[in-house]
Structures are given as C-alpha cells and as structure tokens.
Design a protein around this ligand. Structure first.
Ligand SMILES: Nc1ncnc2c1ncn2[C@@H]1O[C@H](COP(=O)(O)OP(=O)(O)O)[C@@H](O)[C@H]1O
Ligand SMILES: [Mg+2]
Length: 249
C-alpha cells in the first residue's frame, strides 16, 4: 500500500480551477519530487493534503494516507495527523514562526502537542541539529528575528521532522539556503528516505531533483503532464514542457 495516494484531485479557488484530476502516489523509502513553473499548483497540492485551504476553496477527489481517507476526517483527527504523521515545510517558512517565542520552544511545542513534555527538549535540540543548525543549544534560545532567513528555514525543517513523521512534505525547502547548507538539508532528506520514510519535495530546481529524487512528477497548469523515474525525466523527457524546464537549468 502506498503511504500517500492522491486520486483525481480537483481544486478550485472560487471558480478558478487550479488542480485538474491530479493523481499520484508516494511510497515509504522514496523521494518524490514535484516540479513545475510558478503558479502550476504545486503548493496547492500540499495545502490540500494537509487540509489547510482557505474557506473559498473547493476540493474533490481522494487523498488517502496509510489507507485512511483524509478528506473525510474531522478537524480534530486532522490535527493528530499534522506534524505527527505528516510533517510539512511551507514555502515561506518564516511566516509560520511566532515572533514572541524562542525558536527552540516552537520546535519543542510541536513535539509536546503529540507526545507530551517528557524528552521534548532533547528531541527539539536533536531536530535542530539534524536540520543543520550550528550551535543548536545557543540558537534554541533565540527569537526568530535574531536569525537569518536560512536559519529560520532550517528551524521550520526541524519543526517538520521533530516528531519523526513517516511522511515529510517540503515546499521549495532550499531556496533561502546557500549551497553548502543546501547540501546538508538535501542529505537530511535522503537520510530520511533511507530510514524508510516518505519524502515529497516541491522544487523548480533540477539540481535538487538530481540530488534527491527517486521519482518525479511534472505539473503544468494544474495537470500532471509527465511522471517517471529520475532517469526517465533526465534521459528521456517525453513532454515538451519538461524539456523546456530542463533547458532552463
Ligand atoms: N489561497 C489562494 N487563494 C486564491 N488563489 C490562490 C491561492 N493560492 C494559490 N492560488 C492560485 O492558484 C494557482 C496555483 O498556485 P500555487 O499552488 O501556489 O502554485 P505553485 O506552488 O506551483 O507556484 C496560482 O494561480 C495562484 O495564484
Ligand atoms: Mg508554491
């Protein structure tokens, strides 16, 4: 059974049709990359999976996680999934950090919400280290405004992995990072894959695809136009749009 299976997903914002019959799956022990131009609907897929859509959004289709239909869960059941079962790194992660709390306490809070106080601080610290934050003990006590954009992004990665969820969604997770930190973060995702977790990365950077992906889906105007192994995509892209994206590399 696939860890996540999305079937014939259709999404409208008001009457704008943004996702059109999107179907794909994600397995344990695999990195799936979703690529496509800006505006093609990539982030909307993640928001639909997490059921974090604005009230004027209309969704049709099916999203099953571990065989459970997410679209029919109650809001409370969904809260037990977010963070604990599915971790997410949002596209503009710094917006999700609360300026009033230290970054360490925000990572810790995500763990406590699901597993309680015991061991929470150690887990938070270890997540910050795994996310590639140097001097994690010191950074733990800092407030978001005291950190660079790249560090804030890594704090959000720590929040996404602190509960060790079986599925992690990462929306352009390396855009604010310089090359050496980007390497570290990508190797973290590969390690999670090797530990048997499922990882889905949204990116428009084929360098990221080359370094991480096992499989790739290509999204254009809300439709999946191509799907294949990372080899297929680089060696034998079928769709002109994929070739165009590759040329832009
Ligand atoms: N919350 C929203 N309300 C209305 N329109 C949105 C919202 N989020 C995204 N859109 C629109 O939906 C389309 C897909 O956006 P998005 O999923 O963010 O694409 P991508 O992540 O590929 O850039 C775009 O046309 C965008 O303007
Ligand atoms: Mg996006």
């Amino acid at each position: 059974m696939s860890l996540l299976r999305v079937e014939k997903l259709n999404l409208w914002y008001h009457d704008k049709h943004v996702l059109k019959d999107v179907s794909f799956f994600a397995n344990r022990g695999e990195v799936l990359c979703i690529v496509g131009e800006s505006g093609s609907g990539k982030s909307s897929i993640f928001h639909a999976v997490m059921r974090l859509l604005p009230p004027y959004a209309k969704l049709k289709g099916s999203i099953t996680f571990k065989g459970k239909e997410l679209l029919s869960l109650s809001e409370e059941e969904m809260r037990n999934i977010r963070g604990k079962e599915i971790g997410i790194v949002f596209q503009e992660p710094s917006l999700y950090l609360d300026p009033l709390f230290t970054v360490g306490s925000q990572v810790e809070e995500t763990y406590r919400e699901h597993f309680g106080k015991k061991g929470a601080k150690e887990r938070a610290l270890s997540a910050l280290k795994k996310a590639g934050i140097p001097n994690a003990e010191e950074k733990y006590r800092m407030y978001p405004h005291q950190l660079s954009g790249g560090l804030k992004q890594r704090v959000c990665i720590a929040i996404a992995i602190v509960c060790e969820p079986p599925l992690v969604l990462a929306d352009e997770p390396t855009t604010a990072l310089d090359v050496s930190v980007q390497r570290k973060v990508l190797s973290l995702f590969r390690r999670m894959r090797d530990e048997g977790k499922g990882v889905i990365i949204i990116t428009h950077d084929f360098g990221v695809v080359a370094e991480t992906a096992d499989r790739v889906i290509v999204l254009k105007d809300g439709t999946i136009v191509e799907e294949g192994s990372v080899w297929d995509i680089f060696e034998n892209p079928k769709h002109e749009y994929t070739r165009k994206l590759l040329r832009a590399l």
